[in-house]
Write a protein that binds this ligand. Structure first.
Ligand SMILES: [Zn+2]
Length: 164
């Protein structure tokens, strides 16, 4: 097995993926060993925390985009795979239910188009952009009114308890 001497730490290590990072772009191992590369990255992160945050955000966005592209291309496969997993993996099932719940709550809070569309369909109403916009206004008004009622009720309770 060939060995290579790391110019940073001076250690000789076997030239394998265990000790050296492989670069896909150049088709070669990095010039310094894995451990030194990790140390260097950590130093860089400590020195420039903002840069790390930016890169993290960029990567997350990129991954999100890629995942969505894949999903749109393989929708049926993805749905089947998730269904199978919920049947065989109880931990995954629980996690997936939680995710669904959270997503539904978010849609409800944000009054997204798909949320209102579903609501109109269930009520047997026609689904057009105008009606969606009207329904959104109606729900917003209704929610504000409820908040106000709730607020008034709390105030009443407060004054009742101070009078007693
Ligand atoms: Zn080294």
């Amino acid at each position: 097995m060939p060995v290579k001497r790391c110019p940073k730490c001076g250690e000789e290590k076997e030239l394998t993926a265990e000790f050296w990072y492989y670069r896909n772009d150049t088709g070669e191992f990095r010039s310094i060993c894995k451990k030194c590369w990790k140390d260097k990255s950590r130093e860089y992160e400590l020195k420039y925390p903002e840069k790390r945050k930016e890169a993290h955000k960029r990567n997350a966005l990129q991954n999100c985009k890629r995942a969505r592209q894949w999903y749109n291309k393989n929708k049926n496969r993805a749905i089947g795979r998730t269904r199978n997993k919920t049947l065989t993996d109880p931990i995954f099932k629980e996690r997936f239910r939680g995710y669904q719940r959270k997503s539904a709550e978010k849609k409800r809070a944000e009054l997204g188009g798909s949320y209102i569309r579903k609501m109109l369909k269930q009520a047997g109403l026609p689904v057009t952009d105008d009606i969606i916009a009207l329904k959104r206004q109606q729900i917003t008004m209704y929610r504000t009114l409820n908040q106000f009622k709730q607020f008034r009720k709390e105030k009443e309770n407060e004054s009742n308890s101070t009078n007693v």
